[in-house]
Design a binder for this molecule. Sequence first.
Ligand SMILES: CC(C)(COP(=O)(O)OP(=O)(O)OC[C@H]1O[C@@H](n2cnc3c(N)ncnc32)[C@H](O)[C@@H]1OP(=O)(O)O)[C@@H](O)C(=O)NCCC(=O)NCCS
Length: 380
Amino acid sequence: MAEPVKKGLEGIVVAESRTSLVNGQEGKLVYQGYPIETLAENALFEEVVFLLWNERLPNRAELENLRSAIAQGAVLPQGIIDQMKTYPKNSNPMAVLRTVVSALAFYDPDSEDNGVEANRRKAIRLTGQITTACAAWNRIRKGQEPVGPRADLNLAQNFVYMLEGKGPDQTASDAINVYLVLLAEHGMNASTFASRVTVATGSDMHSGIVSGIGTLKGPSHGGANAEAMNMFLEIGDPSNVANWFKTNIKEGDRRIMGIGHRIYKALDPRAAILEEHARLLAESSGNLKWFQIAKQLADTARADSYFIERKLYPNVDYYSAIVLYTLNIDVDMFTPLFAMSRVAGWSAHVMEQFANNRLIRPDVTYTGPMDLPWVPVDQR
Ligand SMILES: CC(C)(COP(=O)(O)OP(=O)(O)OC[C@H]1O[C@@H](n2cnc3c(N)ncnc32)[C@H](O)[C@@H]1OP(=O)(O)O)[C@@H](O)C(=O)NCCC(=O)NCCS
């Protein structure tokens, strides 16, 4: 008798991990012992990266060393920039990022070395290079020259600087830093699982991160932040929320993007933090419209029995869409920004997988036909 299939691997525990705890019933997220609320309020993204890779917070010198190593490692080889300039300008930025990260392996002196130190060096370089690639693509596709990273900036500041070619603006880089901290790691999410499956075959860090990027791209995962913003744009005005909800959700078969989660059956703690940041940013920008649409739609869903029964709450992608839009980030760059952060978690998991590896190879229940007779091709 075959085992019953757990569709979507729901509830299947595939590894022990020391990186993060996601408590879906209570709506808690903890990185290496630190509640996400504490980290969002206090941590520089690089502090979180150090924490995820070392299981402890850095002292000042260690933090400065990592910040500096990431900033210096963030430079893209000229060959990558030349190649990016040949890509079709309307390419999906996540597809560009996936290709760039794959190609970065050609230039990485450690690309085929899976040793502990080599993996650490690659994780540092990839953390910086993904940010540079995101900013560079956003400029290249608009016909602007890419701007390289500055060795004196932290990653959030460098992103804003490389995107704009000036600054960096303090408010924007502080908001990006919080965003990066919040999205850095999240248990055995789909893209992290994909990264671990890839390297568990003995493949390499770049391949693992490419798998993560390809998996994050989907609208059920990281792609939901852009889809949520497109939904808010479609609604267009707070006065349209009730009618949009009725037509598209109650009478239609659409989902509210940025709502619902496989693990969280309570409010995603990251959504609570981002809601507050979205509100503050919207207030200071003088344009509250998009925040109001999001808030009204979330409140409408939360009061609806369908959403109450299924315990569907806003997830991290819901209000992060408002944060990024208010910062004037292009909507199709939202998911690449997610990747800029999550590379920290992917690489932590890749290193954890290598430290105690066994091939990840689940089974399947065959439901196809059996014992068919062979019919020659011209008789079929
Ligand atoms: C995240 C997500 C993929 C989780 O999927 P899952 O754990 O497989 O849950 P399911 O797709 O089985 O959904 C469970 C039920 O809730 C409903 N549901 C889930 N998310 C919903 C949403 N955003 N809007 C409306 N209904 C939703 C499903 O229709 C299903 O109802 P049913 O039991 O009557 O069939 C899902 O909630 C979703 O598609 N959300 C929107 C995309 C999104 O925000 N993704 C980012 C996640 S961080």
